[in-house]
Design a protein around this ligand. Structure first.
Ligand code: IFM
Length: 442
């Protein structure tokens, strides 16, 4: 259903989202190497071995991109600060050019009356820290807190909100168990340690920023709904295990101070010594919770090793990623988060959107499926709001087409089309439709 601002509560924040490595051009401005550079350079990991060295050259086209955000009519912009751009070695020396860039970004947003919503880590692990074990090394929790301190000192007076780590499941399970993202491991012990250390690092970073006087601090979790592929007890158990690993481990750690039993049955032997003494840090209080949502999965039992499940292709219409479109799952997650995990906190949808095989013809990009996707998911948000959930905002992934990680530049998530030869930006039909809707309040 179409909508305007007046269909949402007063003060509801609309935003657009991006991340540093996906758009900036990591070869520019003195940024250090990241584990994504080495992952992409390894044959077979990324489509055409593409990396983020050039990306959208946002680093050079900052003003043009800030004008596009403003032109869209949103209230806030969610971006990330690359650890390797700010601290090329991950520790110690600062890259002043990098900090200057984020200064210009934040000031440029404020000048345009846009709220800067920062994420400290959207996957740019500095290579020297990856060489020391990255998220497997317990010291990462302190190195990350030091990085949080640097950002707090430099930008903290002007940030509207901050979340430490984008999508803990991707940082850990996808990257250390499935091997699809950097560092490309398939190792259960590395996975267990990374999952725990990411949450400890999150808690330490929140404490450091809180002590520095920052406000509006939250956590961003990516969630994927899990349905049993068959009506059997085994399939239901498989779906519950998937849900525990993907969703309940991270939300449970942060909001309940405990890990689900279905995860411990596989990972407990591999967790670091004394893990159950870290929940005070992990559960450091937050001001809001952010949910990134894209799809749901169907699971069935597998006789193979733990976690004893495999995915089954579902019947729903799919995006360019092959992900089923299932807005009801977003509604279910909003409700579940409000009821079971964060009853007293405002919720934001910090990412939602779709990849579409967009083509440009005579300067126009007709991406009607994207608008339909956004409308359906905003309907799900409105349904949750009408039932009393304190949902305060919705950020579209993404402002512009960008580096979609192991899919290289092939999958297009943007409201703005990017020609990856010329880097010309062209707002798509969805962008123009949103301009209209966001400008109208009735
Ligand atoms: O592009 C990613 C983003 O980096 C994190 N969330 C999901 C998006 C789409 O896959």
């Amino acid at each position: 259903m179409s909508w305007t601002r007046s269909d949402f509560p007063h003060g509801f924040q609309f935003g657009a989202a991006t991340s540093a490595y996906q758009i900036e051009g990591h070869g520019l401005g003195g940024a250090g190497l990241t584990h994504w550079d080495s992952f992409a350079a390894t044959p077979g990991n990324v489509v055409r071995a593409e990396d983020g060295r050039r990306a959208c050259e946002h680093y050079l086209r900052l003003d043009e991109d800030l004008d596009l955000i403003k032109g869209l009519g949103v209230d806030a912009y969610r971006f990330s600060t690359s650890w390797a751009r700010v601290m090329p070695e991950g520790r110690g020396a600062l890259n002043q050019q990098g900090l200057d860039f984020y200064d210009r970004l934040v000031d440029g947003l404020l000048e345009r009356d846009l709220k800067p919503a920062a994420t400290l880590y959207h996957w740019e692990m500095p290579q020297p820290l990856a060489d020391l074990g990255g998220w497997r090394n317990p010291d990462i929790t302190h190195w990350f807190a030091d990085f949080a301190q640097v950002i707090a000192d430099r930008l903290g007076d002007r940030l509207w909100s901050v979340a430490p780590i984008n999508e803990p499941w991707c940082v850990t399970w996808l990257s250390h168990f499935e091997g699809h993202h950097a560092p490309g491991l398939r190792d259960i012990r590395a996975t267990a340690r990374a999952m725990h250390h990411v949450l400890v690092a999150h808690g330490r970073a929140i404490s450091v920023m809180r002590a520095a006087g920052l406000k509006n601090l939250g956590g961003v979790f990516n969630l994927e709904w899990a349905d049993p592929a068959q009506d059997t007890a085994e399939a239901r158990a498989a779906a519950a295990r998937y849900d525990a690993i993907y969703n309940r481990f991270f939300l449970g750690g942060v909001f309940k101070g405990a890990y689900p039993s279905e995860v411990l049955e596989g990972l407990e032997p591999h967790l670091p010594k004394g893990w159950d003494g870290d929940f005070e840090t992990i559960s450091t209080p937050l001001d809001w919770v952010g949910l990134n949502f894209y799809t749901r999965k169907l699971l069935e039992h597998s006789d193979g090793p733990w976690p004893h499940y495999r995915e089954v292709e579902g019947p729903l219409p799919k995006t360019q990623m092959g992900w089923e479109i299932c807005p009801d799952a977003l509604y279910q997650f909003i409700k579940r988060t409000a009821l079971e995990y964060a009853p007293d906190l405002p919720i934001y949808i910090t990412e939602n959107g779709m990849a579409n095989a967009d083509e440009i013809h005579a300067g126009h990009v007709d991406d009607a499926p994207r608008l339909a996707y956004l409308d359906a998911h905003l309907d799900a948000c409105r349904k949750a709001i009408s039932e009393g959930v304190d949902l305060r905002g919705y950020f579209i992934w993404s402002l512009m087409d960008n580096y979609e990680w192991s899919f290289g530049y092939e999958k297009r998530f943007g409201l703005v089309h990017v020609d990856f030869e010329t880097l010309q930006r062209t707002p798509k039909a969805s962008y123009h439709a949103l301009v209209d809707r966001l400008a109208h309040s009735g």
